[in-house]
Write a protein that binds this ligand. Sequence first.
Ligand code: BG6
Length: 512
Amino acid sequence: MKAVKKAAPTIVVIFGGTGDLTKRKLLPAFYHLYLAGWLPQEFAIIGLGRTPLDDERYRTRLREGLEEFSRTGKPDPDKWQAFNPHITYLTSDINDPQAYQQLAQKLEELEAAWETRANRLFYLSIAPQFIGPATTYLHQTGLAPDAARDRIIVEKPFGKDLETARQLNQLLTRNFQEGQIYRIDHYLGKETVQNILAFRFANALFEPTWNRNYIDFVQISVAEQVGVEDRGGYYEGAGALRDMIQNHLLQLLCMVAMEPPVSFEAEEIRNRKADVLRAIRRLTPDQVNKSAVRGQYGPGWLRGNRVPGYREEPGVDPQSNTETYAAVKFYLDNWRWQGVPFYLRTGKRMQEKTSSITVQFRPVPHSTFAATMSENLLPNRLTINIQPQMDIRLRFTAKRPGLEMDLTPAEMVFDYGHSSTQAPEAYETLLLDALQGDATLFMRSDQVEVAWEVITPILETWESRPSLDFPNYSAGMWGPENAEALIAREGHTWAVSTHFGGRPKDQEPTKA
Ligand code: BG6
């Protein structure tokens, strides 16, 4: 990835140009790519939206977004001055074929001025019901005919279930070639997530132990402090399983569990990840109750403030059965991982925002040390902290300095905070890859569909049996109590604090 510094002349067309994502993520990402010298001189962003705006007013809006959301704070006035002429706006209705003619004209004008056929990137940051008309008209107007140069970037959600995901994929592949379609999962652009590949495959030390012989269990936790914010309408039809597990958490699982790829080619990496998804044992409806736990937050306290329960959030049904927390235990049926549980959990309104992967190694086969010396003997554990803390920690046991032979847990830490460059945001990485035609970190249609297959039994079981105990955790807690039971059955505990906030991190019992 990123072998060449500058992309070819490129026009980015953003459907949903006045939306939240453009302001919060896309524009700041392009601006940082520009500052870092990744964008060519012949570069244009065309925002599309229904709101009537001229270029100047559109740029002002985006600048306000930049001031609020940029990772580097307010833009330098001279730099913004130099960057903003690259942005223009076209008032347009996605359902109006005329709008695509206007767009075509604009693209041709730009290319005529640059005297070259530019790469064209169409970013679909729009609600699912608009993807059909947008892609059909793009195709009919002949705006993305060149599979090598023209790309379609699609934001989640990729459907609501397996059936709708298939329909969406069919729709996309009817109008474009699979190689042109870039399905975003922004977790794959996170620095710490990409580093999993480097950690696993650029070091000889870990891979020999990375299997069922040495690893006891794996946990993947994505805890959010925010509630559903102003997205109640969307979230009611989604829930934690669709919103987070089907995509982000399963992708993290793939990074941890995949076989070593032969090369860093996009298809090779995506094949190895698809293998993992295919190996996940499908749950039967009867197993869902034993292997998956759902929760919904009630009112509670966060950072000293009273916060409402999910059912009181705007746009949410006061009787809602939508889960804001999900924990699932998966097994992989392959040689490497047979018998090793992978625990995935995610929730909103948790005590802290923290995402991490915990790889717990098996205890030593025999303790050389007397019980009095080894009270603190804990199994080795590797923790990959994804956000907001960004580090990798390896827990091992050491002798406590002193005259007696006392064992104590110690840690080796790689901390990104101490590395020299400020980490780029996920969207910077992903947009640059899309500009350069590198699809490694994007989802292929089969990956999306297998991921839906994996969660379908849980979705169907939960939908057919409304939960009777919702809300079952208070905002500010670590999720419902039965999430503890889910993994306690195997003699395990969650690595980050527990439901009752009770047990400090390192005091979990080792497996008997
Ligand atoms: C999105 C979900 O995909 O990811 C949101 O739709 C969630 O509900 C968000 O809040 C979390 O992303 P991040 O990068 O803040 O962990």
